[in-house]
Design a protein around this ligand. Structure first.
Ligand SMILES: NC(=O)c1ccc[n+]([C@@H]2O[C@H](COP(=O)([O-])OP(=O)(O)OC[C@H]3O[C@@H](n4cnc5c(N)ncnc54)[C@H](O)[C@@H]3O)[C@@H](O)[C@H]2O)c1
Length: 288
């Protein structure tokens, strides 16, 4: 698959990341199929994307006509088979190796064998995902966007052990075409940014659990004195406590229980209580 042959992009998962990715591809002019597992979930994604684009219109960054064109380029689907017409896939389903391998195996069955299959995984091995593919495992690649995906520029392009140079070239060209900044990374646990960010969250959680300072104080110190755009707790709420916890667990596991990456019981308690951050309107902060 060469870059110029890409006309239709399939995005799998219409959560925090899938929605932002679909806005980016549709804004760049690509017909986009946004897939999720149930009608009610995909309908919610449509409402959320509409609202997001409307904010752009209200701020004068987008015309009402452009908003409609972007929306019209997105086919909101709860039918997995609709992804069969895609030329390029970006998978943004939950961070579970078992789930991602199942999705990639199903894609192997329905997509043409020249279709590039990319994953937005934050921490899982692209190589391990690719080994489920029977037809051309060299077409599997990591395409790691940042949150919010329609705004953040960086995309880590992750080369699995079997990823071909042609697939890296096409994915890099597509990343540039959707107005992002690609950076190439090897397939090591959590790649570049998330690897560096793990201790940022982990130490903040330890400081909190030891009672050294509260959430607001830690965030304020990191922002006002440390120069960070967001504090660790604001960022965890934005990412999703469940997503952040899954990523931490998989990085801890991938580094054979290195204490540096150990998850924190605060995250587990919050996930069990469905305090997932902005998406449930309650996390370290209240968004109601
Ligand atoms: N949240 C972040 O800040 C962030 C940043 C970069 C990468 N990621 C990665 O992106 C991926 C998605 O994260 P998210 O934050 O969007 O999660 P999310 O929980 O917001 O959304 C996941 C979506 O996947 C759907 N889903 C569940 N099972 C599915 C299946 N079998 N097939 C298709 N869709 C399915 C869910 O219904 C949901 O809409 C994860 O791999 C995560 O690690 C997340």
């Amino acid at each position: 698959m060469t870059f110029s042959e890409i006309k239709i992009i399939g995005v799998i998962g219409s959560g925090t990341m899938g929605r932002g990715i679909a806005i980016s591809t549709a804004t760049a002019g690509y017909n986009t199929i946004l897939y999720d597992i149930a009608d009610e979930i995909i309908s919610k994604a449509k409402v959320s994307i509409d609202k997001d684009l409307q904010k752009g219109v209200d701020k004068g960054k987008l015309t009402a006509e452009a908003k409609e064109q972007i929306l019209n380029r997105i086919n909101f689907s709860a039918d997995f088979n609709s992804l069969a017409s895609s030329d390029f896939i970006i998978e943004a389903a939950p961070e579970s190796m078992e789930l991602k391998r199942k999705i990639f195996s199903d894609l192997d069955n329905i997509c043409r064998d020249d279709v590039i299959l990319s994953t937005n995984t934050s921490s899982l091995s692209v190589t391990t995902i690719s080994t489920i593919i029977k037809k051309n495992p060299e077409r599997v690649i990591g395409m790691h966007f940042f949150n919010p995906a329609n705004i953040m520029k960086l995309v880590e392009i992750v080369k699995g052990d079997f990823t071909s140079d042609d697939v890296i070239k096409t994915t890099t060209e597509l990343t540039l075409a959707i107005k992002k900044v690609p950076v190439l990374a090897k397939d090591t646990p959590a790649f570049i940014v998330n690897r560096i960010a793990r201790p940022f969250y982990g130490e903040a959680l330890r400081i909190l659990s030891e009672g050294t300072a509260d959430v607001k104080t830690i965030d304020a110190v990191m922002k006002n004195c440390g120069g960070f755009a967001m504090g660790p707790f604001e960022l965890m709420d934005l990412i999703g406590i469940d997503v952040n916890f899954s990523v931490t667990k998989s990085v801890y596991d991938a580094f054979f229980n290195d204490a540096k990456y150990r998850p924190n019981f605060i995250q587990k308690k919050m996930v069990d209580a469905n305090l997932l951050g902005r998406k449930t309107k309650k996390g370290f902060y209240n968004y109601e």
